[in-house]
Design a protein around this ligand. Structure first.
Ligand code: GLC
Length: 470
């Protein structure tokens, strides 16, 4: 089976969040199951682009309103990622350093999608399945089914995976002039709330819709940033498939980025050495428990609650724990998180950046990972934490609900709470501090967590079953 994934991100070529991790791992695992999966994405100017070899496989142009757009498709020569990786290069538009955040992002992703289908239309071999991820590729199911010029592609089956329904790629109805020709009676398929909504269009037009966890699928019917009714309407073709994690890359037994490797038998010593390293880097007392937060510093992840929660916990429990934050995001949250550093030197620190190496070292060295997310479609960090024996403290939502059981419940190993609020976070930190008093109890939970299997093997197979069903 030939599968083409279409995405804005793919690790390690370009990563802003978990979407990249999924698109960088799923195709590799699908190929291990004897599929032929590949990825196409915009050509962001990243280190991976510079450090690898690329072949030009296609050059052409298409009309975008009055303008002709020249594009080039390049392919990474050696399949270093375990699948074929293609990128779309458009001078001045799809050759920038950041993935998102430009004023013309809507046009950029529209041009990306047009280049992809234009390329496919000229290809001798076509995929059996086109798998689009999030809104950046959301117009493709509509275009291949309904644009006259691409009739040849209309037999290809399409799957949409929603990694995050908050962002939908809204554009004004006038942009329709930039689309290839289609029967205007079908305009309703593109429209939602009086604008063109690429995510809604994909939900309507894809043959199957998946979300990245079963609970997130249930939540979207009630809370989907305006798409609730549509999710209800399309429920019959929709299902939640829990993400996996890349076990080759996230493995404390082989991880080259951590100072001491370990497994389910040697984790006590292994974690101790990794904790020493982190604590000495940040001048923390290693005898105290180490809490971490890793992720985008945005409201969705409830990162805005961190400063008040941490300060209140220090007030309530004393300076009896270390807290280390790694991430970047909204400027106001970044500065609130940085501001409290000066008064809490020696037990609180924040690094405002994206740093893959430090994140591995933090999972390996920390005692607890906090994820108070307001919305969490799947969440990969809690699964990385489990693999590295770091106890997750999570709000019961989306994929966090599906992957973490409170240690007070049957077969439990983590700490769960219900509300994204300072009170619930502080209360949970308190429970963690109590738990930390018993190293036997902590170690038995760690052992249990490390043995849980969240590898992609199972989910990659679920996707293949889904493709076969269409
Ligand atoms: C998005 C979601 C996150 C999910 C990831 C991969 O980043 O916010 O919950 O794990 O996509 O699917």
């Amino acid at each position: 089976m030939q599968i083409l994934h279409i995405s804005a991100e793919c690790f390690p070529m370009a990563k802003a969040g978990g979407l990249a991790d999924v698109v960088g791992a799923l195709p590799k695992y699908q190929n291990e199951l004897h599929c032929n999966a590949s990825v196409i994405m915009p050509m962001h100017r990243t280190r991976f682009l510079e450090n690898n070899h690329w072949d030009v496989v296609h050059k052409a142009s298409f009309l975008f309103g009055q303008n002709s757009i020249d594009f080039t498709i390049i392919k990474e020569t050696k399949n270093v990622l375990g699948f074929e990786l293609y990128c779309v290069d458009v001078f001045g538009i799809l050759d920038r350093t950041s993935i998102y955040g430009y004023e013309d992002d809507t046009d950029r992703f529209l041009i990306f999608q047009l280049a992809v289908i234009h390329w496919l239309n000229n290809n001798e071999y076509l995929p059996d399945i086109i798998h689009v991820h999030d809104y950046h590729a959301g117009l493709i199911p509509f275009m291949i089914k309904h644009c006259v010029e691409y009739r040849k592609l209309s037999m290809i089956k399409t799957v949409l995976t929603i990694h995050n329904a908050q962002y939908q790629g809204w554009m004004s109805l006038e942009k329709i002039n930039l689309f290839p020709q289609f029967n205007k009676e079908l305009l309703g398929l593109l429209e939602w709330g009086n604008c063109i909504n690429p995510l809604a269009a994909a939900i309507k037009c894809a043959d199957k819709v998946t979300t990245v966890s079963p609970t997130y699928m249930k939540e979207l019917v009630h809370q989907a940033n305006g798409l609730e009714d549509l999710m209800k309407q399309e429920a019959a073709k929709s299902l939640g498939i829990l993400n996996g994690i890349d076990y080759n890359f996230w493995n404390p037994r082989t991880d080259k980025l951590i100072v001491q490797k370990y497994n389910s038998k040697t984790f006590i010593e292994g974690k101790k050495i990794n904790k020493q390293k982190i604590c000495s880097d940040f001048h923390f007392d290693e005898s105290l428990p180490l809490f971490i937060f890793i992720g985008r510093l945005v409201g969705e992840k409830a990162a805005d609650l961190l400063p008040a929660s941490i300060l209140k916990a220090y007030q309530q429990f004393g300076q009896q724990f270390n807290f280390l934050i790694l991430g970047s995001g909204e400027a106001s949250i970044e500065s609130a998180i940085s501001e409290i550093k000066q008064d809490h030197v020696g037990y609180y620190h924040s690094q405002i950046e994206y740093n893959e190496t430090l994140s591995h070292q933090m999972y390996a060295g920390a005692d607890f990972l906090l994820m108070p997310s307001r919305v969490e479609p799947c969440g990969l960090n809690q699964m990385y934490a489990l693999r590295y024996g770091t106890i997750p403290i999570v709000r019961r939502t989306g994929g966090l609900y599906d992957t973490v059981i409170d240690f007070g419940d049957k077969n439990g190993f983590g700490i769960c709470f219900n509300h994204a609020s300072v009170e619930d976070i502080v209360y949970s930190i308190g429970r963690a501090l109590d738990l930390y008093q018993s190293s036997d109890k902590v170690n038995s939970l760690r052992k249990k967590m490390i043995r849980i299997n969240h590898s992609w093997e199972r989910s990659a197979k679920d996707y293949i079953d889904l493709y076969n069903s269409i």
